[in-house]
Design a protein. Structure first.
Lengths: 260, 260
């Protein structure tokens, strides 16, 4: 059986992160032209420029692969291999001068993420994960820590207002059960989890370009990441995700989410 | 009239930040012995070691000055000059591996903060402010940005659960009026404000060692920081603070807090 993730895929993922990081370092904490989108998400020149440059690199190297990006939409979505990229996950942090945003790069095969990169270009930290490989942080092995009980866990989520209606109640059940809950880290929370500094991330309302890169990083570090029902993430997931460094904690969190 | 803040005070403040930063860099992202205090705040060995070392430096240089610290209490609180120090503001960030905690160092004169340092030892960023001087970031001038209307403002607060009862309603009025609201930065939010990246911070439940260092940094950068009623901060303030880069925004935020 042929490997789904090849050295050439990994090399391109690294080149994409290098390219995006160089652009974002140029714009970070500079005067930015912040445009307004219909949903009021802050979108910057940096965001669009980084995605366009990454798309050009993908087209040049793998012209038959598809691309899905936050800013410029879909190209060849029917391809077996589709790159799913978000040049700035955490644009609110980016425009606030907080170095906890990330460049997210995923490669999906038949809709399932098989490679993921989380890159923080200001702190120059890069987490890389791929199916069948150990996750690395700047080239060195990264691993989650053991923590099987909610009562011992440190939980992160980007913001309380990402949970609506019944999702807010479900999240509240988890938040009340953990030792420590914190807001505000976007993709960097999953990176911290993959390095063994925190235990649990529960979020909702995510798009494929927000979560596809995260699953290979978390799973290659020994953790577990799925939707709230426990199903593997794919391009068709509903955007409600739970990641845990310890698979036993993932199960406990999912049980709390459904009220068991 | 004699200057309240002398070059010798500023030199000691820098030396304190150097000392604490070196200790925190050693412990950050290492296996920490996390102890439990009665209020469940995570307190680490790093925290206590850094405060003890800072106290020793103060005693050696200014034996007649007082000291107030989070971990080791009060020494000579009746002195005209009292140093108010928090070796790790944002211990939750510190133990989660997030480099947004800070070393806070203030000098108060008759209870009023006249010198402040916010130091982030991982990013190696240091904001220094003092009465009658311009605030600096790593030695270069730092300034707030203009933003007079709540509708244009980026707001930070450490966490939604820091506001109880009527304070939560007051904070909600400000949050609903701003363009962008984010959680999770502790003292680093005030540093971002003093560098012109965000516009407003509203918090409650702070202790003197949480807020005394912040006011000179914010005010020396052109901003305004007070309690919710608009009174200058002192050792006797009630822990509800509002900081704005633009004095007009500070007034608008205070009006929203009281429901006007």
């Amino acid at each position: 059986m042929t490997e789904k993730v090849t050295a050439a895929h990994l090399a391109l993922a690294g080149a994409l992160a290098d390219k995006a990081g160089a652009i974002l370092r140029r714009y970070f904490r500079s005067d930015l032209l912040v445009e307004s989108k219909h949903d009021n998400t802050p979108v910057t020149v940096a965001d669009r420029e980084a995605e366009a440059e990454m798309r050009a690199l993908i087209e040049a190297r793998f012209p038959d692969h598809g691309v899905l990006g936050e800013e410029h939409g879909r190209t060849r979505p029917e391809a077996d291999y589709v790159w799913v990229i978000d040049p700035i996950d955490g644009t609110k942090s980016f425009i606030s001068g907080v170095p906890l945003f990330g460049v997210l790069i995923a490669l999906t095969f038949k809709g399932v993420p098989v490679l993921g990169v989380i890159d923080q270009p200001i702190l120059r930290e890069r987490w890389s994960g791929a199916e069948g490989r150990k996750t690395t942080l700047n080239g060195k092995p990264a691993a989650t820590r053991a923590c099987s009980a909610l009562a011992d866990a440190t939980l992160y989520a980007t913001a309380p207002d990402m949970f609506a209606g019944a999702d807010a109640d479900a999240f509240a059940r988890v938040r009340k059960a953990v030792k420590l809950a914190r807001y505000g880290a976007d993709c960097y929370a999953y990176a911290l989890l993959a390095a063994g500094f925190i235990d649990l991330v529960v979020e909702a309302g995510l798009k494929p370009y927000d979560f596809c890169a995260l699953a290979p990083v978390v799973e290659g570090a020994g953790g577990e990441m799925s939707d709230w029902a426990g199903d593997a993430l794919s391009l068709h997931s509903d955007g409600r995700v739970v990641a845990a460094g310890d698979p036993a904690l993932a199960a406990a969190a999912r049980a709390a989410l459904v009220g068991k």
